[in-house]
Design a protein around this ligand. Sequence first.
Ligand SMILES: Nc1ncnc2c1ncn2[C@@H]1O[C@H](COP(=O)(O)OP(=O)(O)OP(=O)(O)O)[C@@H](O)[C@H]1O
Length: 329
Amino acid sequence: MIRLDRIHVRHKARSGGVLRRDSVHALTDASLEVRRGEIVGIVGESGCGKSTLARVITGLQRPTDGQVHFRGQDLWSLSPSARRTTFGPAVGVVFQDPSTALNPRLPVRRILRDPLDVHRRGTARAREARVLELLDLVGLPGHTLEALPGQLSGGQRQRVAIARALALEPELIVADEPTSALDVSVRAQILNLLTELRDRLGLGMVFISHDVQTVRYLADRIAVLYLGRVVEEGPADQVTDRPRHPYTQALLSATPSLLERPERIVLHGPVPSATHPPTGCPFRTRCWKADDGCATAFPDVEEGDGGHRWHCVRPLPAAAAPAPRSRLA
Ligand SMILES: Nc1ncnc2c1ncn2[C@@H]1O[C@H](COP(=O)(O)OP(=O)(O)OP(=O)(O)O)[C@@H](O)[C@H]1O
């Protein structure tokens, strides 16, 4: 349905003065594919490029280099109006915090009707019927229609945001940390709702989170991002049960229940600057397996079963081995 091909995104650095503006390597050579009915999880630490990737997928961010193919068409070769009318409605977005994503002055009825009005979908009566249908899809009672976002709970607000994302019958939903601003008690309900919607509507979904456990719960496939690079991707169970990239193993070790031997791997040193990323493998400065060879070039892709891919010249063996003791807490 959607394919990102060798995407690079460079932002102008926010600091550096007028004369010297470095560029931030937000995404480097990132490729990703989402098929109909599939949930792809994107996981990585803060600043690794997850939101930039979400913006590229939703057409909000034009890549500096690389292509976005939607149903086989190069998105950025379309005219702005074709992009707006064909691609825009096909992709719905759910953001992290429903309190800021919804207009606090509009009742739910208006919030859900707006996209239908803007895109002139059907008659006034059909739009009203669609609003009721949307409310039902996300499991909200009818009286919610007259409420303002501030009168709803966090979980209900996120349901409204999901209903709005579904309004134009998209084929793909991009959910950027959709549960991290919610109470723990309602997170599972929202995750279950997203899975139900995928099953019921056959949606493709990109689910972005820094929490690998949440991503594993939901996703069919997982891509692990580090400093703007996809360092590992593949079927969710393979990536989480048999990680091949040391960075994936380190992420997993922060959620011990996912590993048979739950020793916590403590990564030493800060995440390097995205303005001056390390040469070669970006993870080498914090990797306990790195040697001089890791500094020369970004490792070529290695491939295992079922589309499991990783970029590492010193990958973990096929059955994950624990990291050396000196690096374990
Ligand atoms: N508009 C911008 N101008 C300059 N730098 C930016 C801009 N947007 C993002 N960046 C930088 O690009 C890199 C990737 O940012 P991005 O927001 O995509 O990461 P993220 O993984 O979503 O982080 P978080 O989980 O904290 O939201 C970071 O170094 C960030 O500071």
